[in-house]
Design a binder for this molecule. Structure first.
Ligand code: ZN
Length: 212
């Protein structure tokens, strides 16, 4: 049986950054790094039937990724009182609005899909990527870890760490669809991929974490 599809909407925010709206089952969606609340809320309200937002996935602590969580939750909660929003963030970078701190290889069940949390220290020590291996094609949200053709600055990288090979940014060739953060490397194209990420995805598959 083929994997259920997911629908990913790219929301350009700030000057050249991306947030994502991912509908994983009809009427229900999660956001990734919605750092510009007015713009993201306007985008949601422009949809014919705005989905219920069940989760916000935060790739890392920087304001241009995590800084909108509080206002998004405050704005949406009254509109969906029966569906509290889980704010997911790497356990090493949990902040006041985090309700679901996550660690490497944690799985979050979302309808027919499962999101695998991948600890990818480099840009920040607690940076997380989020891999939806149950989607067809599989999708990974990479934040400032990796872009097409490169990756985010290694502000907090540790020598010999998992992200040491992160800089190559070679394309994945259809195996995985990548969704990254800043566009300064990729122009107006948010498709990304890379060897380090492929290795992580394979690791997750090997461990059966994609729940297929
Ligand atoms: Zn950053």
């Amino acid at each position: 049986m083929s994997a259920p599809p997911i629908s990913t909407e790219i929301i350009p925010i700030l000057e050249d950054n991306y947030a994502y709206l991912v509908t994983y089952t009809p009427g229900y969606a999660f956001l990734v790094d919605p750092a510009d609340p007015p713009l993201v809320l306007e985008f949601l309200q422009s949809l014919p039937t705005p989905p219920v937002i069940t989760h916000i996935l935060t790739t890392h602590k920087h304001w241009d990724h995590a800084g909108g969580n509080k206002k998004i939750v405050e704005a949406l909660t009254p509109t969906q009182p029966s569906n509290p929003i889980s704010v997911v963030c790497g356990a090493l970078e949990s902040h006041a609005t985090t309700t679901l701190p996550c660690s490497d290889n944690d799985a979050i069940a979302l309808g027919p899909h499962s999101v695998t949390c991948m600890h990818t220290p480099a840009h920040t020590n607690g940076h997380m990527c989020y891999y939806v291996g149950t989607a067809e094609p599989p999708v990974v949200f990479t934040g400032d870890c990796m872009f097409k053709g490169g990756c985010g600055k290694f502000f907090e990288v540790r020598e010999g760490g998992r992200a040491a090979s992160c800089g190559r940014g070679e394309t994945v060739g259809g195996e995985v669809e990548g969704r990254g953060g800043w566009s300064r490397v990729v122009g107006d194209d948010a498709e990304v991929g890379g060897e380090a990420l492929v290795a992580k995805v394979r690791e997750a598959k090997d461990k059966g974490l994609h729940n297929k």
